[in-house]
Design a protein around this ligand. Sequence first.
Ligand SMILES: [Zn+2]
Length: 541
Amino acid sequence: MLSRNAIKFEAIAGLALVALVLARSASLAEDTIASKHDIERVEKFKAVVIDGVEARRKLAQVMNDTVFSFGELAYQEFETSKYLTGLLEKNGFSVERGVAGMPTAWVARWGSGRPVIALGSDIDCLPKASQKPGVAYREPLVDGAPGHGEGHNSGQAVNIVAALAVKELMEREKLSGTLVVWPGVAEELLGGKAFFVRAGMFKDVDAVLFTHVSDDFSTSWGQPTGTGMISVEYTFEGESAHAAARPWRGRNALRAVELMNIGWDFRREQLRPEQRSHYVITDGGDQPNVIPPRASVWYFFREMDFENIKKNYEIGNKIAEAAAMMTDTKVTRKVIGTAAPRHFNKTLAETLQSNIERVGLPQWSEDEQTFAKAVQRLAEGKKDGLNIAVKKLEAPAARPESGGSDDIGDVSWAVPTVTLRYPANIPNLPGHNWANAIAMTTPIAHKGIVAGSKVMAMTMIDLLMRPELIQSAKTYFTDVQLKNNKVLPLLSESDQPQIQLNRETMERYRPQMRKFYYDASKYDTYLDQLGVKFPTLTKAQ
Ligand SMILES: [Zn+2]
């Protein structure tokens, strides 16, 4: 039985509890009002930047088509860089050129204060991938010339259009924040971003939003499918001799290359199945009757993690030394590029994903679907047309699959980073192939770029208006990503960007390619300039 005092006490305690609850709900209500106001502001701003992107639909198409028509190889992106930096300067960005020892590299900045958001996308193309766009058959624009057989012509349009839409709003609303736009130079050689990181380009950056062309609309966090790698060229030096008259006087550098390749190919059996490695002979001698005094072979050593990349690189070095010993030649090596295995930021990926789901895939027309299927048939891929549904954001695989590399990996260990894959190309194509260039100035690409640009602009609004997102991205970066992984340097202090690569090839083809540069002042689209009616499914006989 309770005493009177006890009842009285309980009543008082009860009142106190009620008071406490009331006080708490009052403060909760205030929080709710404040955050409701913030949410409304974020939503209002997102609607403004979506309109801002829509208003720049034409600019997106012109940028995309222009860069496509330049078709420049790694380190030779001179026209592309001149065009993009000129456009950024005209729009109020300050541009620093020739960064990190690469003449075609640049960084453009606008705004002041935090957060600093850096938007990146690759700009280079592939050898021998020249292809007339908008037609579902093989026809190079210039036979043997390089071309955008991956679609790197589209990413800067995604980023710059988003940046301009957000800048316009930031000026009007006097928002704090700095926008940085930068190019992936020589991505196809994995030869740009590690040098950017080494030069300190991302030192003051809070978040990197990277974009890459795709056939779906997606992002990811943690380690995605794919590898990191070291790209290295071995050069053997011997002695020439008359190959018939005095072959015993020579020391054959080409034989050293062949022995190295045989050694490596035999060693593959003892390597982890996740490794990927490939080589091309870049110098195999001059003519058969001269014993080659010099020969070179270029290797990519790819693996899933830093330790295994380094391990395979060391095996390669040992085999090269052994091949030199067998042939009495000398070997030297030159690192041409590196790519760290990628690791993407969870908070940034979740933020991107929420905006991807809001924008959704473009509404593809029947013409676009028909064209996509025709290109899939041409490339002998599965013929199911363009993607129509957004993928869910999934937790990273416990054991990610092997595959290609991207030097955005290096950036991802320097600053919280995420990649948006936007839907500007056709699924089921071979990749690194002329067929991947076909859609890249069609309405398929143009729609995908605008969709991607909207997601980028909305995500920038999230990061500008919600400092807790930047904080959370940093916490994931330091407390999860860096804590659970061992990062090893792949690039050494003495490695330099090999900016002479592709120079001769571009010099050879540029005069013919120039005739196909897009003149946006004369033609509405690049397809108009080429006289291509979209969709063209078969070649006129
Ligand atoms: Zn790429």
